[in-house]
Design a protein around this ligand. Structure first.
Ligand code: SF4
Ligand code: SF4
Length: 399
């Protein structure tokens, strides 16, 4: 399905969106930077724009309207993403709801991470979705996620209990019967057991789609998970596709790093689409240019240059290969992901708050001389140095 097909039948909704006071996009730019490809999400019958909208930093409803005008039709949000759900709700009266796919999460509207725990009463799962629907000003979610499995707990069985929580599954049946959600989904950016947990979700038969961290930097086990998902009719959405999103000095000959990174992800047919945080119009215009485009040798050069510059300063999101190396139990993957949010994503507040929830942070890394630390990362990440920087940046405001 191309953008014209997507917009067809939604003329009323898009006509109101195309208010000149909101949109001032030149015709030639519009043609160049617009979604050109939609892909099936497993066997749900839903098709998503290959480049889709991650709403983690959403504060402007006009950005939603602009994104829809560009052909984006999938929006990822959560109760613990600040004003994200309310902002989508502000735009809702102007959106062609039946043409939009909205995904939210089983979470409370508190500081991230506020995921509902295993054993949460059925009525609280249902109340969480009702509250999301109120904020979003809609009467259904297309997908409701069990959010970020493997983030807070190293125990694969404890996190599996969250994936397969009996109360949650009862709530899902009730919510489906009430037509308040269409499908159950789950996400993981690790750092603990990402591939194992996504596989368990796929095999459970309860999940219509899974979302994982995936990019051109060393994810050796994930392609098997993606193939497995496809064989079971489960959709796979990729996130964290820009491998840390450090863009300095990478663009060349009119090619942008973001476009090369997106095209690399999308060349895998198992991928239903990707979500990316879109903070402003410039990023929107840039990102959608990768839609429907083939990955080229020039793109490969851009990615190789990025890898040469940043491989040792990018802790692979979702990786846990150094787990257990630190005798003090520092949560390496989580600490470095939160620092990535702080330094590269501009999510300072959320990063500091999330870092404060770690049971063992990087306080002691500065004075540590354990030689095993440097050897623990097969990708040559400068673990001790980066953890020391993370602790310095992420504790500065909380005393
Ligand atoms: S430091 Fe290296 S081994 Fe440890 S989680 Fe990051 S990328 Fe993986
Ligand atoms: S520097 Fe020392 S305390 Fe910090 S993660 Fe490495 S081994 Fe653990």
């Amino acid at each position: 399905m191309n953008r014209r097909d997507f917009l067809k039948g939604a003329a009323v909704g898009t006509a109101s969106i195309l208010s000149p006071s909101i949109l001032k996009v030149e015709a030639s730019d519009t043609a160049k930077s617009a979604i050109k490809s939609y892909r099936e999400i497993g066997t749900t019958g839903l098709k998503m724009s290959d480049i889709s909208f991650g709403g983690g930093q959403l504060t402007s409803s006009a950005m939603i309207l602009r994104a829809v005008d560009k052909g984006i039709n999938y929006f990822d949000t959560a109760p613990d993403y600040g004003e994200s759900e309310n902002t989508i709700g502000e735009a809702m009266s102007k959106l062609p709801r039946e043409k939009i796919i909205i995904a939210s999460k089983f979470c409370n509207p508190l500081k991230y991470p506020a995921h509902l725990k295993a054993g949460t009463p059925v009525k609280d799962y249902i109340a969480a979705v009702d509250a999301s629907l109120t904020r979003l000003k809609t009467n259904y979610l297309d997908f409701c996620f069990v959010h970020a499995i493997g983030e807070m707990n190293q125990d694969v069985n404890a996190e599996t209990a969250r994936l397969l929580d009996k109360n949650m599954l009862i709530a899902v049946d009730e919510l489906k019967a009430q037509k308040k959600i269409k499908y159950l989904a789950t996400s993981s950016h690790g750092p603990h057991n990402m591939e194992e947990l996504l596989t368990r979700a796929i095999d459970s038969g309860h999940y219509a789609m899974v979302m994982g961290s995936y990019n051109f930097m060393d994810f050796p086990k994930l392609p098997e998970v993606m193939k497995h998902a496809k064989s079971k009719g489960v959709g796979f959405i990729a996130m964290k596709t820009m491998a840390g999103a450090k863009k300095v000095g990478i663009e060349t000959d009119g090619l942008t790093f973001s476009n090369a990174a997106f095209k690399w992800v999308l060349k895998h047919e198992e991928v239903s689409g990707l979500i990316v945080t879109i903070k402003n119009v410039k990023e929107l215009e840039e990102y959608v240019q990768a839609s429907g485009q083939a990955f080229t040798s020039s793109d490969r050069e851009v990615l190789e240059r990025y890898a040469a510059n940043y491989s040792s300063s990018y802790c692979r999101t979702g990786c846990d290969q150094c787990e257990g190396y630190c005798a003090k139990g520092v949560e390496v993957g989580a600490a470095l992901r939160y620092h990535m949010y702080f330094r590269d994503y501009g999510l300072e507040k959320r990063a500091i708050e999330s870092y404060a929830t770690l049971l063992v942070n990087a306080k002691e890394c500065g004075d540590c001389d354990d030689p095993k630390c440097a050897a623990g990362c097969p990708f040559g990440v400068r673990v001790k140095h980066m953890l020391s920087c993370a602790h310095r940046d992420l504790t500065v405001n909380i005393g």
